[in-house]
Design a protein around this ligand. Structure first.
Ligand SMILES: NC(=O)C1=CN([C@@H]2O[C@H](COP(=O)(O)OP(=O)(O)OC[C@H]3O[C@@H](n4cnc5c(N)ncnc54)[C@H](O)[C@@H]3O)[C@@H](O)[C@H]2O)C=CC1
Ligand SMILES: O=C(O)C1=N[C@H](C(=O)O)C[C@H](O)C1
Length: 252
C-alpha cells in the first residue's frame, strides 16, 4: 500500500485555505491531518503528525508559522505574501541549521501566472518602457501584490543585466500615488475592485509598439494544481525555493 503524505493547512478557513483543504481532501495520495485557524496552537501540527505544512495566512503570521515548521523538521509550502528580503534571509539562516527541510515560497501558484512572470522577465530587455498593473479583489490586505513584487524584481534584474536605464518618464509634478509605487525601479499600480480575483498586466513599450502580458485568475481553483505540486515536491527540494518555477522545467 502507498503511504499517504500527511498535510496540515494553516489559515484553513480563509479564502485560499478553504480551497486548499478541499483540494487536499480530493487528492488520493494526501491526507489532511490538521486544518488550523488563527486561534489554534501550532503544537497541533506535531500532535497531528503533519509532514508538510501549507501556510495560507496573513503577512504578520507567516514568518512565525514557517519558523515553527522548520524548527520541528516539517516541510512548508507558503503562499502567504509579506516575504521581504530580510525575512527571506532569516529563513535561509534557519534552514541552514535544519538541513533536509524544504520550504517553497510561491508568490503565485497559478501556472499561467508563473508563465506570465517568466515571459515578462524574458521580454524585459527588449523594451524601453515597462510598467505593471495588478488588479485584485477589495478584501486583499496588502499592496502591491506579492506576484507584482516578484515580477517587478525579475524584470528589474533582467534590465540591470542588460545595462538598461530606467523607463523614460518626464513627469515633473504628480499627485500622491499617481505614478504608482516604485518596486526596484519599476512603476507598479494596484487596483482593488469588487468582482475581481487576481489579475496582472505587464505593459512593455517600444517606439511605435506595445506588448502586454496579462494573466487572470477568475477563481481560486486556479491556484490548486500549484499548491498540490508544491506539497508533493517540497520534501525533495531541501532548503529554500522562491517561486513555483523552481519546481518546473520552463525551458521545455
Ligand atoms: N500564492 C498564491 O498563489 C496566493 C497567495 N495568496 C495569499 O495568501 C494569503 C491568504 O489569502 P486569503 O486566503 O485571500 O486571505 P484570508 O484573509 O481569506 O485568509 C487568511 C486566513 O488565515 C487566518 N490566520 C491568520 N493568522 C493565522 C495563524 N497564525 N494561524 C492560522 N491561521 C491564521 C485568518 O484568520 C484567515 O482565516 C494572502 O497573503 C494572499 O496574498 C492568495 C491567493 C493566491
Ligand atoms: O491576495 C490574493 O488574492 C492574492 N495574493 C497573491 C499576491 O499577492 O500576489 C497571489 C494572487 O495574486 C492572489
Amino acid at each position: 500500500m502507498t503511504q499517504l503524505t500527511p498535510v496540515a493547512v494553516l489559515g484553513a478557513s480563509g479564502r485560499m485555505g478553504s480551497e486548499a483543504v478541499k483540494a487536499i481532501r480530493n487528492s488520493p495520495d494526501l491526507t489532511l491531518v490538521a486544518a488550523l485557524g488563527r486561534q489554534d496552537p501550532l503544537e497541533e501540527l506535531i500532535a497531528a503528525g503533519a509532514q508538510v505544512v501549507v501556510d495560507l495566512t496573513v503577512p504578520e503570521s507567516t514568518e512565525r508559522n514557517v519558523a515553527f515548521a522548520v524548527e520541528h523538521g516539517l516541510h512548508a509550502v507558503v503562499g502567504t505574501t509579506g516575504w521581504d528580503e530580510k525575512r527571506v534571509a532569516g529563513l535561509r539562516t534557519l534552514l541552514g541549521a535544519n538541513p533536509g527541510v524544504g520550504v517553497l515560497i510561491a508568490p503565485n501558484f497559478a501556472l499561467g501566472s508563473v508563465l506570465a512572470t517568466a515571459f515578462a522577465a524574458r521580454a524585459a530587455r527588449y523594451f524601453e518602457s515597462v510598467e505593471l498593473i495588478e488588479l485584485h479583489h477589495p478584501d486583499k490586505v496588502d499592496a502591491p501584490s506579492g506576484t507584482a513584487e516578484r515580477t517587478a524584481a525579475l524584470i528589474a534584474e533582467a534590465r540591470r543585466d542588460a545595462r538598461m536605464p530606467g523607463s523614460p518618464d518626464a513627469t515633473q509634478s504628480a499627485r500622491d500615488g499617481a505614478r504608482g509605487c516604485d518596486v526596484d525601479g519599476i512603476r507598479v499600480h494596484s487596483v482593488r475592485l469588487r468582482g475581481l480575483v487576481a489579475h496582472q498586466e505587464v505593459l512593455f513599450g517600444g517606439v511605435g509598439e506595445q506588448l502586454t502580458i496579462r494573466h487572470d485568475s477568475f477563481h481560486r481553483e486556479s491556484f490548486m494544481p500549484g499548491v498540490l505540486l508544491g506539497i508533493r515536491q517540497v520534501g525533495s527540494h531541501p532548503g529554500l525555493t522562491v517561486g513555483l518555477d523552481g519546481y518546473l522545467d520552463l525551458q521545455a
